[in-house]
Design a protein around this ligand. Structure first.
Ligand code: ADP
Ligand code: ZN
Length: 531
């Protein structure tokens, strides 16, 4: 990755942004907001860009950084992201470098010498490194073309991702007078926006807001029943196009792909455990335009731009609305109507919460992830327009319901589930808070299973108190009580436990519980029962 000594900064100066976009980056044209953002920077106008993840924020500063005289300075909070960007740019022949705390002395020295020699086109830097005195002294002597502040929401204490180091960026205009600044973020709410403008002291910034709305995506969220049947119902609608099926684990991608293949469907697994050759072959087939169902983990993402992906199916709930939005966004790039279907189950949610609690990540990060997970869970349980609810996660207000998500097509029915909730919670309590939904529901429904017999649970007062209701009904109640936090699980395969603060008022009858009546989907016949 060593830069060639012959590289000279400013070699693109004098060429138009369109020309650089095409010849250096290989893109045909700017996306709508990019052109305006690039034009602003070219004119020396401070700018704030609000664009969804995957919207193309990088081009907004990379292109003018090359076209204007001087070096581009990019402030970014995440080392892994910086290193990815730098590697990508170097492949395009751009001399990019990253200065952060994880470089060894040799690498740092190399960058210092390139900086002094005027050979760096774009320098990525972490905020704490930028403001350390040695680095700052060096940088103020270099002419800059633009200062980009990526992930600018990190400057706002209001958001979940506050980084105190970002506060010091207030001093940028003092150190680099006259250099245009462009701040970029995918967090679009009003409060964050105001914080960014204030903290960066950019009162006259031009604010460019891209909508997150993708009106051609039809969002459906369904409780998990028989997942293969639910999946086939989607893929059968578009047999001659591409479908992406996201699963939570590698093993599951293999299993689901096998199951589809055995039904004669063109399915392929894709995950990080495949060999480079297998990955390449899968991508080639995907890009070829042939009908294909790719069953993937989140490893399938970078550089996916097949326009005719007609459906994206999630067999497991993503960890955040951001991830969900990005993944469903791979459908319908050609603008034609496309289906996105997410299946979710209560025990999956409880497990996701459990693993997050167990994670060794720093508490601040866990808080962010927890907020996102809860926002994702709320999205699955909403009875209102899904599109509105999803856009709301990004601070965007869609005035009218979309008219084509599952809740808009078939308004969700709700019922008073107070009695049902009390029965379920009692059954969990009486059976000792150590069994999964399958057993608890068997007890409620008065089934004589080996586990019931072995534990003598047919002698309990709760045995059979829910016989009049179907298994699907009880699974729905379980899931919704998990979503509300009245129930949790312990361990990956652990049983259901009461969360007493929330469960107690329900059990006592002090709190009413309104539940969503799940639409009748396929009953559970050929997969493991889930709540
Ligand atoms: P963000 O930073 O907003 O998440 P990126 O800058 O990483 O988005 O861009 C997302 C994807 O869009 C990348 O794969 C990039 O190559 C592609 N992209 C960006 N701008 C254009 C464009 N004008 N034409 C085609 N593809 C583009
Ligand atoms: Zn809707």
């Amino acid at each position: 990755t060593a830069s060639s000594p012959g590289i000279r900064r400013d070699r693109f100066v004098g060429r138009t942004p369109e020309d650089v976009l095409q010849t250096v980056f290989g893109f045909h044209g700017f996306r709508s907001l990019q052109a305006k953002a690039v034009g602003n920077v070219m004119d020396g106008q401070d700018t704030l860009v609000l664009m969804p993840t995957g919207g193309g924020k990088s081009v907004c500063y990379q292109v003018p950084a090359l076209c204007r005289p001087g070096m581009g300075l990019v402030i970014s909070p995440l080392i892994a992201l910086m290193d990815d960007q730098v590697a990508g740019l170097r492949q395009l022949g751009i001399n990019a470098a990253a200065l952060h705390s994880e470089l060894d002395e040799e690498e740092s020295a190399k960058i210092r010498s390139d900086l002094a020699g005027g050979r760096v086109d774009l320098l990525y830097i972490s905020p704490e490194r930028l403001l350390s005195s040695g680095t700052l002294d060096r940088l103020v002597r270099i002419p800059l073309s633009v200062i980009a502040i990526d992930e600018a929401h990190c400057i706002s204490a209001w958001g979940h991702e506050f980084r105190p180091e970002y506060r010091a960026l207030t001093a940028l205009p003092r150190h680099f007078p006259g250099v245009p600044r462009i701040a970029l973020t995918a967090t679009a709410d009003e409060r964050t926006r105001e914080d960014i403008l204030r903290a960066l002291d950019m009162p006259h910034a031009d604010i460019l807001v891209s909508s997150f709305h993708r009106p051609n995506l039809n969002i459906t969220v369904q409780a998990k029943g028989s997942e293969i049947k639910q999946l086939l119902a989607v893929t059968q609608q578009h047999k001659d196009a591409a479908c992406i099926v996201y699963c939570g684990s590698r093993a599951r991608t293999e299993r689901i792909a096998e199951s589809l293949k055995s039904r004669g469907l063109p399915a392929l697994p894709y995950h990080a455990g495949l060999s480079p050759q297998e990955k390449k072959a899968a991508l080639l087939r995907f890009r070829s335009g042939e009908p294909l169902i790719i069953v993937a983990t989140i490893a399938f993402g970078m550089g996916i731009d097949r326009p005719d992906v007609r459906s994206v199916v999630h067999l497991d709930m993503p960890a955040s609305p951001e991830a969900y939005y990005q993944q469903i966004g791979r459908a319908g790039r050609d603008g034609l109507p496309s289906e996105t279907v997410m299946l979710y189950g209560g025990e999956d949610m409880a497990r996701a919460r459990y693993w997050l609690d167990q994670s060794a990540a720093p508490e601040q990060e866990k808080r962010v992830m927890r907020n996102r997970l809860e926002a994702m869970i709320a999205l699955t349980e909403t009875t209102g327009c899904r599109t509105q609810a999803l856009l709301q996660c990004f601070g965007e207000v869609l005035e009218e319901p979309c008219g084509h998500c599952d809740n808009c097509r078939t308004p969700a029915l709700t019922f008073d589930g107070t009695q049902a909730a009390r029965k379920l919670l009692s059954a969990i309590y009486r059976t000792g808070e150590c069994f999964g939904a399958l057993h608890v529901i068997a007890v409620l429904r008065g089934k004589m299973t080996p586990v019931v017999e072995r534990n003598g649970h047919d002698k309990l007062s709760v045995w059979g108190i829910g016989k009049e209701r179907s298994e699907t009904f009880w699974r729905g109640v379980t899931r919704q009580l998990i979503a509300r936090g009245a129930l949790k699980t312990e361990g990956q395969y652990g049983g259901l436990l009461l969360n007493h603060d929330i469960a107690r008022p329900i059990l006592r009858g002090d709190m009413e519980v309104h539940l969503r009546a799940d639409p009748v989907t396929h009953s559970n016949s050929d997969s493991t029962p889930r709540s």
